[in-house]
Design a protein around this ligand. Structure first.
Ligand SMILES: Nc1ncnc2c1ncn2[C@@H]1O[C@H](COP(=O)(O)OP(=O)(O)OP(=O)(O)O)[C@@H](O)[C@H]1O
Length: 651
C-alpha cells in the first residue's frame, strides 16, 4: 500500500526545522468609511469593470435627469454626450507628459514577432469561420482574440448629461454628490427616500460615478444647476474625500443665468470601455431606403462581411439602454452624442418625443403595516409628530383607521393603551407591535401612489421604436406583495417594418433601419440616425424587454421573472405564434414602491414572489382578445391586409 507523504502537512513540522510556527498577526479593528467600502466593492453598484462602469454612469445620470424633470411635471429633454478622450489628450488634461515606450518588453501587451504571427493567423482563421457561419445562418460570436484586444490600454471618456429638471439648491450640491454612500437609513444623501415610486432609491448612483472618476482618472466632477426662476446658475467642481467620506469642493460659485435655464448638467471623466457590452447590429443606410427590406438585409449583411467586418457594427449596451428608455418614455426627448477623435466614429442619435402625455407624478405614500420591519417602526417612532400610540398607528400607516387601531392596541396586551406615549415605547413593546403587524390582516394598499407608464405610452413607445405589424397592450390593476402595491403592464408585438425574421435573425442580429446623414461608403460607420429600432437580445424568437419603475433592465435576463414567464409559462401556440421562429417582442413593465430586485446590480426581479410572477403571467396571457384572432388569421394572410377584416368583424 502506498503511503502518503505528509511532509507538507502543516501539523507535522519538517524534520530538522526547529523553528516555532509564526504567530498569526493579531487582527486590528479597523474602521472604513462608507465611500471606502464602496470603492473596494464597486461591483455592488454596477461598476464591475470599465465597460460596465461607463454604462452604469450613463444610466445613473439619465435616470436622475428623468426623475428630476418628472418631479416638476416637465416633459423631459435629456442630452447625453460621451466624448472619447485619447491618451495624449487625457495626459495633457492631467498635466502628464506623453512618453514614448523605451523598453517594449516591460509592457503587458508586448508580443514577440512569433506570437504576433500566430495571433494574426488565428484571427484570420476565426474571421473565415465567422464568415462561413454567417453565410450558413449560424450565430456569429465575437472572436476571443478580438474580445481581449485593448485590455491593456485604458480608455477615458467624458460623460455629460444635461436635463431640464428642477435643478438642485446651491448649498446642497456638494452633499448630494460628495457625501454618504452607506446604508440608506444612516448616511446616504438623496431626495428620494420617502415611500414613493422613483427610479433612484439608494442615494448611491451619482456618488459612485464620482468615486469611480476619483479612482480611475482622479479628475473632479462638474455640476451646473439652476432651479426654476433662479437668476444664477450654480457651478460646482468637486471630488470626494474617500477616507473621510466628505465632499472636497474645488469651486462652488454662482454664475449668471442669462437664459433663465433650469435643470442640471453633470460632467464626469472616467475610465471606460465603449466596445465591451456590445451586440451585433447591421445598419441600413439611407442609400438603400425604398429597397425591399428582406432583400436589403441579405445584400447588406453579406456586403458587410465582404469588407472585412469593418462595417459590421456592434451596438453598445448604452445604445440599447437609450432605445429601451425611449420605448418606455415616449414623452421624453433624448439626444445621444458620441464624440471621438476618430471622426468616423462620431454619431448623434435623436429619440424624438412622440407624445405630450406624461404619466402622473408618483405620490409619496405611507407605509403599509405588512411592509415594515423593526428598524423601520423605530425610525417612524423617532420621526413622528404624533404623541400617543393611537394617533401614531392611525397617521403613520395606510389601511389603519381609528377603530381598527383601537382593536389592534387592545390585542397588543395590557401594557398598551391608546394613550401610551409613543416615544416611550420600549424595545420589547416595539417587537410586540411588529409581531402583531405580521400576523394581523390588513386591507391592501391602493395603487394610487404609483405611476405606471400607461397603456397608451407603452403602445406608442413600442410602435415608435419597433414599427411592428401589430401590437397588443394590457395594463393590470394594482396588486400587492408584502404590503407594497405594484402594477404590471405588458405589450406583445409581432413583426416589424424592419424587423424581419429572415437573414438577420439567423445571423444573430437584426437590421436597424436607419437614416444616416453620412454615408457608409464615405467610410463613416454611423451618422445621425432617425432610426427604427431593432433589438438583438434574442431569446429564440422572443425579444424580451423588461422595465422596472420605468427603467430598462438589460443584464441578468435569464433569471428574471419576465423571461421565465415568457419562455416557460406562456403557450405561444395558443396565439398561433411560433416561439422559435416568429419575431415577437414581449414588453413587461413593473412599477412599485419597492421593486424586489435580486442581486446587487438592480438588474433583475426574481421569480420567487408569487404575486408578481402570477401578475406577469396574467398580463401577457390576457392581452386583448382580438389579438389572438388577428394572429390566427395572420397565418394565411399578411397581418396588415387582415386588419380591415378585423375591424369589420369586431366593429
Ligand atoms: N440631475 C439631477 N437633478 C436634480 N437633482 C439631482 C440630479 N442628480 C442627482 N440629484 C440629486 O442628488 C441626489 C443623489 O443622487 P444619486 O444618484 O447619488 O442617488 P439617487 O438618485 O437618490 O438614488 P440611486 O442611487 O438609486 O440612483 C438625488 O437624490 C437628487 O436629489
Amino acid at each position: 500500500m502506498a503511503t502518503k507523504d505528509n511532509s507538507d502537512s502543516p501539523t507535522e513540522p519538517k524534520k530538522g526545522k526547529s523553528k516555532t510556527p509564526k504567530k498569526a498577526k493579531e487582527s486590528v479593528l479597523k474602521q472604513k468609511s462608507p465611500a471606502e467600502f464602496f470603492s473596494e466593492n464597486k461591483n455592488i453598484a454596477g461598476f464591475d469593470n470599465p465597460g460596465k462602469s461607463l454604462y452604469t454612469t450613463v444610466r445613473e445620470l439619465v435616470e436622475n435627469a428623468l426623475d428630476s424633470a418628472e418631479s416638476i411635471s416637465k416633459l423631459p429633454v435629456v442630452e447625453v454626450t460621451i466624448e472619447e478622450i485619447g491618451k495624449s489628450k487625457f495626459n495633457s488634461m492631467i498635466g502628464l507628459i506623453d512618453r514614448e515606450r523605451v523598453d517594449e518588453e516591460l509592457y503587458d501587451d508586448y508580443e514577440t514577432a512569433k506570437a504576433r504571427e500566430k495571433r494574426l493567423a488565428k484571427e484570420a482563421r476565426e474571421q473565415e469561420i465567422q464568415a462561413k457561419s454567417a453565410a450558413s445562418g449560424k450565430k456569429v460570436k465575437e472572436s476571443a482574440a478580438k474580445a481581449s484586444k485593448g485590455r491593456g490600454e485604458a480608455s477615458f471618456f467624458r460623460v455629460i448629461c444635461k436635463d431640464n429638471g428642477k435643478g438642485m439648491p446651491h448649498d446642497d450640491i456638494p452633499n448630494m454628490f460628495g457625501r454618504g454612500v452607506v446604508l440608506k437609513l444612516v448616511l446616504l444623501s438623496g431626495t428620494k427616500y420617502g415611500l414613493k415610486q422613483t427610479r433612484g432609491k439608494f442615494g448611491l448612483g451619482a456618488k459612485m460615478a464620482l468615486i469611480w472618476s476619483k479612482m480611475s482618472t482622479g479628475l473632479p466632477i462638474e455640476i451646473s444647476s439652476a432651479m426654476k426662476g433662479q437668476n444664477f446658475v450654480t457651478f460646482c467642481r468637486l471630488d470626494i474625500d474617500i477616507h473621510r467620506n466628505i465632499p472636497h469642493v474645488h469651486l462652488h460659485e454662482k454664475r449668471e443665468n442669462k437664459d433663465r435655464w433650469h435643470g442640471a448638467e453633470i460632467q464626469v471623466v472616467i475610465e471606460g470601455n465603449w466596445t465591451t457590452y456590445r451586440v451585433f447590429v447591421a445598419f441600413v443606410t439611407s442609400l438603400y431606403q425604398g429597397i425591399a427590406n428582406f432583400a436589403l438585409s441579405i445584400l447588406f449583411s453579406s456586403f458587410q462581411f465582404l469588407i472585412s467586418g469593418k462595417m459590421l457594427l456592434k451596438q453598445s449596451k448604452i445604445l440599447h439602454y437609450m432605445r429601451q428608455m425611449a420605448v418606455i418614455t415616449p414623452y421624453a426627448q433624448f439626444v445621444f452624442k458620441f464624440v471621438s477623435e476618430t471622426a468616423d466614429k462620431n454619431m448623434t442619435i435623436q429619440f424624438a418625443r412622440r407624445t405630450d402625455v406624461m404619466p402622473p407624478v408618483p405620490m409619496e405614500t405611507k407605509y403599509h403595516p405588512s411592509a415594515v420591519d423593526l428598524l423601520l417602526i423605530k425610525r417612524l417612532i423617532g420621526e413622528t409628530s404624533k404623541l400617543n400610540l393611537l394617533q401614531f398607528l392611525q397617521h403613520e400607516f395606510v389601511n389603519i383607521g381609528k377603530s381598527h387601531a383601537e382593536r389592534l392596541i387592545g390585542e397588543m396586551g395590557t401594557e398598551f393603551s391608546p394613550k401610551t406615549a409613543v416615544k416611550s415605547l420600549t424595545s420589547q413593546q416595539i417587537v410586540r407591535i411588529h409581531q402583531l403587524f405580521r400576523q394581523a390582516k390588513f386591507g391592501d394598499p391602493s395603487g394610487d401612489c404609483l405611476s405606471p407608464a400607461g397603456e397608451y405610452n407603452l403602445r406608442l413607445g413600442i410602435i415608435k421604436e419597433l414599427h411592428p405589424d401589430m401590437v397588443a397592450t394590457y395594463s393590470g390593476s394594482a396588486q400587492v406583495f408584502e404590503g407594497h402595491p405594484f402594477v404590471v403592464e405588458a405589450g406583445v408585438s409581432v413583426g416589424g417594418k424592419n424587423v424581419k425574421q429572415s437573414m438577420p435573425a439567423r445571423l444573430g442580429y437584426t437590421p436597424m433601419h436607419a437614416t444616416f446623414q453620412k454615408c457608409l461608403f464615405n467610410g463613416c460607420t454611423i451618422g445621425v440616425a432617425t432610426h427604427d429600432y431593432a433589438d438583438s437580445n434574442l431569446s429564440g424568437g422572443l425579444n424580451i424587454f423588461r422595465f422596472a419603475n420605468r427603467i430598462p433592465l438589460l443584464f441578468e435576463q435569464g433569471a428574471d421573472v419576465v423571461t421565465r414567464t415568457a419562455v416557460k409559462r406562456i403557450n405561444w401556440g395558443n396565439y398561433k405564434i411560433n416561439q422559435t421562429q416568429d419575431r415577437i417582442g414581449v414588453f413587461v413593465s413593473i412599477v412599485s414602491t419597492k421593486i424586489p430586485f435580486k442581486g446587487t446590480g438592480k438588474e433583475y426581479i426574481g421569480d420567487d414572489i408569487t404575486e408578481i410572477a402570477s401578475a406577469v403571467k396574467v398580463s401577457i396571457y390576457f392581452l386583448p382578445f382580438p389579438f389572438r384572432i388577428r394572429l390566427v388569421v395572420s397565418k394565411t394572410f399578411s397581418l396588415k391586409n387582415v386588419f380591415p377584416f378585423y375591424i369589420v368583424w369586431f366593429g
